[in-house]
Ligand binder design. Sequence first.
Ligand SMILES: Cc1cc2nc3c(=O)[nH]c(=O)nc-3n(C[C@H](O)[C@H](O)[C@H](O)COP(=O)(O)OP(=O)(O)OC[C@H]3O[C@@H](n4cnc5c(N)ncnc54)[C@H](O)[C@@H]3O)c2cc1C
Ligand code: SF4
Length: 452
Amino acid sequence: MTAGPDIAAGRLDAEALARNFADAHPPLDRSTALIEAARCYFCYDAPCVEACPTSIDIPAFIRSIASGNVKGAATTILGANIMGGMCARVCPVEELCEEACVRNTHEDKPVAIGALQRFATDHLFAAGIQPFTRAPATGKRVAVVGAGPAGLSCAHRLAVLGHAVTVFEARPKGGGLNEYGIAAYKTVDGFAQKEVAFILSVGGIELRLGQALGRDITLAGLRRDYDAVFLGTGQTGVRALGLEGEGMAGVLNAVDAIAALRQADDKRTLPVGRRVVVIGGGNTAIDIATQSKLLGADEVTLVYRRGPEQMPATVKEQAWTQSHGVKIQFWAQPRSLQGWPAADGATAVKEVTFEYTQLDASGRLAGTGDTVSLLADQVFKAVGQVLVPSALGDAADLLEIAGDRIVVNDDRQTSLPDVFAGGDCIAGLDLTVQAVADGKAAAEAIHRRLGG
Ligand SMILES: Cc1cc2nc3c(=O)[nH]c(=O)nc-3n(C[C@H](O)[C@H](O)[C@H](O)COP(=O)(O)OP(=O)(O)OC[C@H]3O[C@@H](n4cnc5c(N)ncnc54)[C@H](O)[C@@H]3O)c2cc1C
Ligand code: SF4
């Protein structure tokens, strides 16, 4: 064992990194897509459509593929879900449309809806086709805060309906977590930025980068200058472990580390521990664990306080990370952090102690009293994100917020009649597809409110 944390950049060479971070699910070729499309029964009242938060007409687009009309298929998809290209890459289809598919039985397997959706949307992107046109200008102006899936979906639908939209985005690039969060191997070749460019190319949307609500703009100002406002700010805070020493070197926020990884031009510059411990059970935990391994960590252990059935990450995602050599330790919760003395008088993490857990007689999670300690050069916290109302400036005082979410009705209308919200900043599934669905629903409601 080394006398201090073993963290290093460039554990793998460029070739190995390129291989590790290549497209996780390469696209279907034309003949495979046609064979797969022919498996669809084109069900009436198709359960796969019911299971899709954006209600894509799945049998219709698969029928278009089967008849050779791939552009028509893509137009059907994007008309319901403008981020159908990204959703084809990141949706947990095994819990949504493909789970609901009538062919999803013990003897058979579901139609590969996600892969077919990618086949169609990739075709349209490659051909550089813009299938949407805008309605005549309404003279109404709408402000959208946040250029993530929720904000961009809302902006696109409003622009198509003829409204003039200004999107205010705090970061230097649009796309939200599509650009800064989703695992690198799910969205390769700068696809997130290509999708943002495609959405903006419909016209009528001005994207102002580096503009944060609560710093550069206020909700009161937006309400004064625009006919309606949509908030799609996501969740910018990260839950703490609540342990002593959480601020020591090597104890890191997984979301920030993933953003750094997504933005790195050269992954050889990214430092990774020899032994990595990840605490959490959702997408973020799976993604930082898998990507640490792909960067060259020797041992990666993901520790989750409950069992596999309760884990927010799907069974497929659990299997995915395990197939990359990540060990999942279920039924254990963090209890303490131990450190090494670091050079400048500070402390660097050395070990995490976990207490085993179980469900007590009333079904509540309880510690057993037995502990296990894991050596760690890096510890990633991935125990959930939260909305930080104070980061939204005057919006925190003007809007009703319950727990850590903005309160909305079915139209995604907040407690202020001209302000709407959607995506991760309201209660919901916390998935890309749900954010897109929220943005679309809010745009339709704003359009009705503005007299459409
Ligand atoms: C690591 C990770 C992996 C994930 N993997 C998946 C996956 O595989 N599949 C899936 O379906 N979902 C996944 N998700 C969830 C998915 O990314 C989110 O549900 C989705 O991005 C939410 O969209 P949104 O538009 O609400 O928020 P975001 O994508 O967070 O976008 C919000 C935007 O608002 C901006 N913003 C924030 N505050 C302000 C402000 N004050 N002023 C101006 N702009 C502001 C932000 O910079 C950001 O661009 C993942 C999430 C994480 C963290
Ligand atoms: S449920 Fe399955 S078979 Fe039926 S329309 Fe949907 S994809 Fe096709």
